[in-house]
Write a protein that binds this ligand. Structure first.
Ligand SMILES: *Cc1c(COP(=O)(O)O)cnc(C)c1O
Length: 390
């Protein structure tokens, strides 16, 4: 079976995890700290806090920026639902900015126009969740100009983009954002089984993230409300959650991070093979690289145009018959039933809707062999030539 994505686990990973299982700490011990420090240093950020998923890290990020009822948060419709849900958890209103049809990231032109319009209506967003789709950064320089003009906060949903960079700034360094979030779900760049991480350069935000992660409880006497306190004292000073990552997960992440750069190199090599093999297949468009970015190549989304001669459904089924599973990233968030009930409808964000009609993510992962990749390429070409699936 060839899947669209798959984790890479080696013996070092397994021995790191079994070490933890034999140790004194299963959660919030030295491995958790080591993983946070490693990600912090890798990303060149001041703070890194682990979470049990990117979804909970996104929720905590919104809370740390004081997003709540009455606030508006914007994001891209071309993302996983969690990029929008995080604001709904806080009682905020969610709205979307359509994508650019070449990068599939948020369109800066549309963002600019929407900001101009909403300034007139008094509906400016408190925060923008940018999504670095497939591992390629959004155009942060231009987004920063708009942020300076309109004063919104920026959360980077960098779930796809660990190991990538923008204008030689490593993603997660938060040079042009308040907080960046990574996911360690097995399909992502590195895995902890489940897990997430938030990076930031702001001490206050880091403190809030930590409180949200741990029930709103602090053991830091500087934050205590009470004056004279006994030695065992702790205080719950805000309402938080249990969003902690275990040391079992952290040790897997710590071990995986050592191979991140080789993972990215391998994904980029495989992508380059797809680029050259598929770019001349009639009816297929391969993804374009933005020269300002070094993409982590989390996904390889191809576009199936009408001239391909058979529908995306038939290509999907034809590949599946050969044991090749593909996937679609993403059905536009605003067209999910929940968001349609919030008032969004077909036609609201036409670029992401059109993109969704055409896109298919074909297998891309570190352990994809040359033979397997060749089978994917040849099967696509065969379906194109013989329309065997029609
Ligand atoms: C995977 C993903 C998430 C959610 O990550 P979890 O760790 O599974 O919670 C959020 N946003 C994007 C863009 C993702 O790809």
């Amino acid at each position: 079976m060839i899947r669209y994505s798959c984790q890479n686990i080696n013996d070092d990973d397994i021995s790191e995890v079994t070490d933890t299982l034999r140790s004194e700490f299963l959660t919030q011990g030295p491995k958790g700290l080591a993983f946070e420090v490693a990600v912090r240093d890798y990303c060149n950020a001041r703070f890194a806090l682990s979470f049990n998923s990117a979804t909970s890290a996104l929720h905590a990020a919104c809370l740390s920026l004081d997003i709540g009822p009455g606030d508006v948060v914007w994001t891209s419709p071309n993302s996983f639902v969690a990029s929008a849900n995080c604001a709904k958890y806080c009682g905020a209103k969610v709205d979307f900015v359509d994508i650019d049809s070449t990068t599939f990231n948020i369109s800066v032109e549309k963002l600019k126009q929407k900001l101009i319009d909403s300034e007139t209506n008094g509906t400016l967003p408190k925060a923008l969740v940018v999504v670095h789709f497939a591992g390629q950064s959004c155009d942060m320089a231009r987004i920063t100009e708009l942020r300076q003009r309109y004063g919104f906060k920026i959360i980077e949903d960098a779930s796809h983009a660990l190991g990538g960079s923008y204008q030689n700034q490593i993603i997660g360094s938060c040079q042009s954002s308040d907080i960046a979030i990574f996911s360690f779900h097995p399909v992502k760049m590195i895995t902890c089984g489940e897990g997430g991480m938030a990076t930031t350069n702001d001490h206050k935000i880091a403190q809030k993230l930590e409180l949200v992660r741990g029930h709103g409880i602090t053991r830091n006497s500087d934050l205590f409300i009470s004056k004279a306190t006994p030695p065992w004292h702790y205080e719950m000073i805000s309402l938080g959650f249990n969003y902690r990552m275990t040391d079992i997960q952290s040790s897997l992440g710590f071990s995986q991070l050592k191979r991140l750069e080789s993972f990215v190199r391998k994904r980029r090599e495989l992508s380059a093979v797809y680029d050259s093999e598929l770019k001349d297949v009639e009816g297929i468009k391969t993804p374009q690289d933005d020269t300002k970015c070094y993409s982590s190549k989390h996904l390889y989304p191809i576009l199936i145009e009408e001239s391909f001669g058979c529908s995306k459904e038939k290509l999907f089924e034809g590949l599946k018959r050969k044991g090749i599973t593909t996937s679609v990233h993403y059905p536009p968030i605003h067209l999910q039933p929940f968001y349609q009930r919030e008032g969004f409808k077909n036609g609201d964000f036409p670029n992401s809707e059109e993109y969704y009609q055409k896109t298919l993510s074909i297998p891309l992962y570190v352990d994809l062999t040359e033979t397997q990749q060749d089978l994917v390429i040849q099967t696509i070409k065969k379906i194109r030539n013989k329309r065997i699936a029609s």
